[in-house]
Design a protein around this ligand. Structure first.
Ligand code: FES
Length: 198
């Protein structure tokens, strides 16, 4: 791990190389780098936000970062994946995000701010295992659905918006953490737009 101070206005950032590639068959060169604030003790206790450069995130790719000790996924959904979201609605437990598993700005069909970028805490809502991302092998779990997340512990299944399928142990959709886009290629995990680090 290397720490290199980067001057970004009045804030001080540290570059970290803790990104973990969660997608399948990805070239090492395609891993976006991850930067996080150098947090104060108070911010550490609260869980410092994480800044992610998604400029190199490719269609279908998932990267995993850590926020508050939890895995957080950032996925670039394809057009085909977005079309799939509507097709599976009738098979889902909470297709319209009525349970408070996401901020208000993500309580939509895609459960996201930008349709193509999906961000979720990668922890199953049953007993806390981390589901596996199946980019093109989810058909084996749900017929006719190419992509999704499968929890190997007890077989819960989630679509590409983290919405749980019916008849599985997990009771709720995956959690969408607070986040916002600084610009087209940078997203902050752990803060809502306008919120600042104390
Ligand atoms: S922990 Fe995921 S199905 Fe039980």
């Amino acid at each position: 791990m290397s720490n290199t101070p980067i001057d970004m206005g009045r804030r001080r950032f540290l570059t970290t190389t803790t990104a973990v590639v969660g997608g399948l068959g990805l070239a090492a060169t395609s891993v976006p780098f991850i930067r996080s604030w150098n947090p104060s003790a108070k911010a550490k206790a609260a869980g410092a936000p994480v800044e992610i450069d998604i400029s190199k995130l490719e269609d279908g790719q998932l990267i995993r970062v850590e926020w508050r000790g939890k895995p957080v996924w950032v996925v670039r959904r394809t057009t085909q994946t977005l079309q799939q979201l509507k097709q599976v609605e009738s098979q889902l437990r909470d297709p319209f995000s009525e349970e408070p598993q996401q901020p208000d700005y993500a309580a939509n069909e895609e459960r996201s701010i930008r349709p193509e970028i999906f961000i979720a805490v990668g922890i199953c809502t049953h007993l806390g295992c981390s589901p596996t991302y199946l980019h093109d092998a989810f058909n084996e779990q749900v017929e006719g659905v190419a992509s999704g997340f499968f929890c190997p512990c007890h077989g819960s299944k989630f679509d590409m918006a983290g919405r749980v399928f019916e008849s599985v142990p997990a009771p709720l959709n995956l959690v969408v953490p607070p986040h916002y886009f600084v610009n087209n290629t940078t997203v902050i995990i752990g803060l809502d737009h306008g919120e600042v680090v104390a």
